[in-house]
Write a protein that binds this ligand. Structure first.
Ligand code: SF4
Length: 482
């Protein structure tokens, strides 16, 4: 019989159908972005393990070797890194099992900035199995990232790792045994269980089977609405199609726009709001976009866990007479990319005029951190911050909405909807891929990958060029039949 591991147990907590697929090894291939997330977890584990210099590391051993060695070292009262336990077709490898004079302590290492409910469940499952093998667990801890940590020189594990005793929360979990029997039943079924789509599809993780399960929904479905509390309620009542919503249902104004667009099958426009937005733009327009990468364990001084480190930007300057200028920057990966990026950007974004970004919270966050970490650049960065106009605003307010946006207002949805142009022809067509590909090639491998650089430049350039096209379309709409 297949083993029930802790990751399968967590899958089972999310959804039996997910567990069934995981057990049959039928999950889709891991995306590059998810693989990067996993890699960051390993990086942080390597740092956190240094808190146990006396620990015997069994991570390199094979399945049986690991379990046998665990028994041997437990008999010698040794702290163990990656201690393996198997009993009654249950199997875990624990991050750290620490020997103390008070008893055995269990540690789960998580590269997150806070403790999540699934970390407690994970520990409860491990504790249940380890105690089945006759080892009493004294205390349970989660080791996670200290979000206040700022790197200055060599990283001290004591400073970057936060530790919390979660023994009480773990002991409150009393349904492990019942769940184990349920999950074994699921794992033995011939066919995947039929499960209704629910909030659990995104919680605690975005389910890798979403494309498959959600692909059966109607084209214009109620999950496109923005008020998630209301749309799940509607969904659970059995109404899936926006076209089937009762006439008298009260929706938020944005959701009313989404419904109307689906029913009338046409773009919804509030010319008044769009005109108001266009009046906030001051030429020349500096269309600007950053690409960033982040790591759990910071690699540069003056940076924090998961801080977005900009490595690239594209800047299109659109003058009122129609003249366009383009500037760009793509770091070579040899040093902290922020130094050269700031020097170059300072000269290219000077003067007056709106700095147009799409979804300002991201660019504001990156610029604010740059001003904080490089105070010598703070003055001009703060001036830029004061000039920012968010091109996402009219779309966020659903003052322009096309049914093809499916309730979303990211530039990837808006640009094709309003301009008819999109990202499909590009090798790199989303920010997550750009970020990971740059990190893997330039930072990890230290490669000068010319082809990849071309793809990155094309991708980032399209973001800001697309912003020009969007402004032009908004201008046409607002000037029509004036
Ligand atoms: S997408 Fe939802 S219903 Fe489908 S397997 Fe995942 S959690 Fe279950």
């Amino acid at each position: 019989m297949a083993l029930l591991t802790k990751s399968k147990y967590i899958n089972g907590q999310q959804c039996p159908r997910l567990l069934w697929h995981a057990n049959k090894k039928l999950l889709p291939e891991v995306s590059v972005a998810d693989q990067h997330r996993f890699d960051q977890g390993f990086e942080f584990e390597n740092v956190a393990r240094k808190l146990f210099p006396e620990g015997v590391d069994l991570s390199g051993l094979d399945f049986l070797g690991n379990i046998d060695s665990t028994k041997r070292f437990i008999a010698k009262n040794k702290t163990i890194i990656e201690a393996g336990f198997k009993e009654d077709n249950l199997f875990v490898r624990s991050d750290v099992l620490e020997f103390t004079n008070e008893g055995w302590n269990l540690y789960e290492i998580k590269s997150t900035n806070s403790i999540k409910p699934q970390h407690i469940t994970d520990l409860a499952f491990q504790k249940f199995l380890i105690e089945k093998t006759g080892i009493k667990i004294n205390k349970c801890f989660v080791l996670f990232l200290n979000k206040e940590f700022v790197k200055h020189g060599e990283i001290n594990p004591e400073e970057i790792v936060s530790k919390e005793d979660v023994t009480e929360q773990v002991e409150l979990i009393d349904d492990i045994e019942t769940n184990i029997s349920k999950y074994f039943e699921v794992m033995q079924q011939q066919e995947a269980p039929e499960i209704n789509i629910s909030k659990k599809c995104n919680n605690p993780y975005e389910c890798p089977l979403k494309k498959e399960c959600w692909g059966t929904l109607p084209e214009d479905n109620v999950l496109h609405l923005t008020n998630w509390r209301q749309y799940w309620k509607i969904f659970e009542e059995g109404i899936f199609d926006l076209n089937d919503l009762p006439e008298d249902i009260e929706l938020k104004p944005k959701d009313e726009v989404i419904r109307r667009a689906a029913v009338e099958k046409k773009v919804q426009i509030s010319k008044e709001h769009l005109t108001h937005f266009m009046n906030t733009l001051k030429f020349p327009l500096f269309h600007f976009d950053f690409e960033t990468f982040d790591t759990a364990v910071p690699i540069y001084d003056k940076s924090r866990p998961y801080q977005k480190i900009p490595f690239q930007y594209s800047l299109h300057i659109q003058h009122e007479d129609g003249k366009i200028e383009h500037f760009e920057y793509l770091a070579d990966g040899k040093e902290d990319p922020r130094f050269k990026l700031l020097e170059q950007l300072k000269d290219q974004i000077e003067g007056t005029g709106s700095v147009v970004v799409f979804n300002k919270s991201f660019e504001i966050m990156v610029l604010t951190k740059l001003a904080e970490d490089f105070p010598e650049h703070a003055e001009w960065i703060n001036k830029i911050l004061g000039r920012i106009v968010d091109l996402a605003t009219p779309f966020q307010g659903f003052h322009y909405y096309c049914p093809t946006q499916k309730g979303r207002y990211s530039i990837k949805k808006v640009m094709p909807a309003i301009t008819g142009k999109g990202y499909d022809d590009l090798e790199i067509n989303n920010g997550a891929d750009a970020s990971v590909q740059y990190f893997n090639s330039h930072i990890k491998e230290m490669l000068e990958n010319k082809e990849l650089r071309e793809h990155l430049l094309k991708y980032c350039c399209l973001d800001t060029e697309g912003m020009i096209w969007i402004v032009d379309e908004l201008k046409k709409i607002t000037e029509e039949n004036k």
